[in-house]
Write a protein that binds this ligand. Structure first.
Ligand SMILES: NC(=O)c1ccc[n+]([C@@H]2O[C@H](COP(=O)([O-])OP(=O)(O)OC[C@H]3O[C@@H](n4cnc5c(N)ncnc54)[C@H](OP(=O)(O)O)[C@@H]3O)[C@@H](O)[C@H]2O)c1
Length: 314
């Protein structure tokens, strides 16, 4: 049994991961901006989850929590798709990741900690759009960061946590695709319109979505902590990316049978509604999970059908 400190442990991935780790008998410490609201996200019956506070703007962090940790999972960051990308919001998206990494790093530098591993989130927003040639080569971990906002954010984010390796700590970075969970994130955005019998395809629907089921991303964080042979960057995506049209219509069939109407939402309408963020919604990104599979990771939900079956029953 080990102690795992999780920043952003109150979020979509964090809550599931905390429960998985607690279930395995580990002690979990959620490092949060608000212990009282983070606490409300968890079943009080789970005894081995506790809470500690940090304030990224003020540079305050609970050092006792750092001293107790054997491993750190760094998930904290302002939601990329939660609000329109104004200049202020973009700054918050970057700073919440980079300044939080710096705060962790400084705490690790000044304490006699015993941290062996840091597993940090990143995203496939690192990559640019697929090249416009048929059957493009899927993006691999060694491909360079895109020069748009998300690519640059991911580059700064990964760069900010990298110096933990200078402290002798093993670092694993998981560049996650769209995480499918029944509890939040992108999946309800596909499912909710089906209440009205509609399945809106975004743009021409040909843009490829690289995704991963919530249980697989949590199992992957667990593997990153448990397996000393894992280090560096891994794309955290399932082996079967699908395009937006197939994704939208497969979800619709799953939940509505034949009782839905599908239509294309024009690009200009998406651009008006989302502003700059529309680039990401309309971007095709075919991302490879070969490195993960070569490392022996076994997906519970490799196909869209297997993931949707699990989501339907969760
Ligand atoms: N979900 C996905 O599809 C997906 C895909 C790729 C990458 N990721 C990345 O994986 C990480 C976890 O994802 P998630 O979906 O679980 O995210 P989430 O639900 O938005 O949770 C992120 C957590 O970060 C903390 N946070 C929010 N705003 C913050 C701010 N301004 N400053 C500092 N901390 C802040 C919050 O914890 P407290 O309020 O407790 O402090 C929040 O619970 C994120 O960094 C995300 O970008 C997610």
């Amino acid at each position: 049994m080990e102690t795992i400190l999780i920043t952003g442990g109150s979020g979509l991935i964090g809550t599931s991961l905390c429960e998985l780790l607690a279930d395995r008998g580990h002690q979990v410490i959620v490092l949060t901006r608000s212990p009282s609201s983070a606490k409300r996200k968890f079943d009080p019956a789970i005894k081995n989850i506790s809470f500690a506070a940090w304030n990224i703007d003020k540079g305050n962090i609970d050092e006792d929590a750092i001293l107790r940790a054997d491993h750190i999972v760094h998930l904290a960051g302002a939601g990329v798709a939660d609000k329109r990308w104004t200049r202020r919001r973009k700054k918050e998206i970057v700073n919440s990741r980079v300044k939080s990494s710096e705060l962790l790093l400084n705490a690790l530098k000044r304490t006699a900690h015993k941290v062996k591993t840091v597993a940090s989130a990143s995203a496939i927003g690192w990559y640019g759009p697929d090249p416009s040639i048929p059957n493009p080569h899927p993006f691999r971990e060694s491909d360079p960061a895109d020069n748009h906002f998300l690519g640059e954010t991911c580059r700064l984010w990964e760069q900010s946590i990298q110096p933990v390796t200078d402290l002798g700590i093993r670092l694993v970075i998981l560049r996650a695709g769209m995480v499918f969970s029944a509890k939040g994130g992108a999946f309800p955005a596909f499912k909710n319109p089906l209440k009205f019998g509609i399945a809106p395809i975004l743009g021409n629907g040909r843009q490829v979505v690289s995704w991963i089921h919530i249980d697989d991303i949590c199992r992957l964080y667990l593997a990153a902590l448990e397996r000393a042979d894992m280090r560096g960057v891994y794309n955290a995506v399932a082996p079967e990316p699908v395009n937006n049209k197939t994704l939208t219509q497969t979800i619709a069939h799953f939940f509505r049978g034949k009782n839905f109407i599908s239509f294309h939402t024009p690009r200009f309408a998406i651009k008006i509604a989302l502003g700059e963020m529309s680039v990401e919604v309309l971007k095709s990104a075919t991302v490879s999970c070969d490195k993960l599979r070569d490392a022996g990771f076994h997906f519970l939900y490799p196909s869209l059908d297997s993931a949707l079956n699990a989501l339907k029953n969760s």
